[in-house]
Design a protein around this ligand. Sequence first.
Ligand SMILES: Cc1ncc(COP(=O)(O)O)c(C=O)c1O
Length: 368
Amino acid sequence: MDKITRSLHAKANVERDAPTATPIYQASAFEAHSDYFYTRNDNPNISEFEQAVAILEETEFALGVTTGMAAIHIVLNLLRPNQTLLINKHLYGCSFKLFQWFCENFDINLIVEDLSIKNNWNNLPKIDMVLFETPTNPFLFSIKIKELSRFIKAKNEKALVVVDNTWATPFYQKPCSLGADISLHSATKYFSGHSDVMGGVILTDRKGIYDKLRSLRFYFGSILPPFSAWLLRRSLFTLEIRLEKHQETTKKLLEFIEGRAEVKKLYYPDIDGVQLMGYPTLIFFELDEKWKSKYKEFSENLRLFSTGTGMACVTSMVAQPFTGSHSSMEDEEKYSIDLTPALVRLSFGMEKVDDLKTDLQRAFDAIK
Ligand SMILES: Cc1ncc(COP(=O)(O)O)c(C=O)c1O
């Protein structure tokens, strides 16, 4: 046989070599005898990551996708023209824009409501899908998953309840156990934890929904790439201890920030022990009147907080939602949800608490 042919067919014997950690299956297709066939449909790294996430959030099924936005987009495709989508008033700016665009283009009625206020539910018509984050972005308000699911389904038993669970994490909130049909995550945040990979996950207990979403993922080509799945699976090994550490640091720094003259209001979620069992990091505060336009000086004087977009990283981050997470919204849209340039967002990392305190103190001193 020619050396070119032999060289082309030289191959490691993966079964014989038996590595203790799963290697990256950077292959687009699998031999006919394999359980896998094409990476746009499935791949061992993606399946392993999905299994690990489903176990943590206690759901039957999980689907790994390219980003959190891809997860939301795939789920939206369960809607049909003339149906009604209900969303919460406070959610990630890009999600809000996607809902507006999607509903306008595909003739879906869009209703925006503040779902954290129970009285507002009484105004709602028959809904086909409700999608919300809890705790909300911004302000960390709580929306009652169990009660809202019951309320929506009482008017339409086929309605789908979808919760973006990114900020609560599978450890601290399990939407599908509370009556939601679908839970989804931006895996770019806590699952990654190192600001170095993007991904999304959709979770459900319902086989029919899983099959539809899995087909859509295949047709849209939005499956999580194997290398990203491998990195995310690796990060999941340390998720629990990262969350505990985040939570411990956040509690200590809340005490440090609360009551400061420069801080008008501090936002932290309601950990009720029924729906939300804990909360890792990411808090908001509003700069008081005198300091309300001082975000730039505040953030520039922080040395340990990155100003890059993101959160839930092992290193701390600072952001202004007005120009960051909600920048894709029009200014009037931001003001209509009470979002102003005075709102600051902090995500605490793994640094020593005293070092973070010193850093924050320097930034507060600098804007005085
Ligand atoms: C709550 C929430 N959902 C979804 C997304 C979108 O995720 P991704 O950036 O992975 O597309 C984000 C991004 O910040 C988010 O904060």
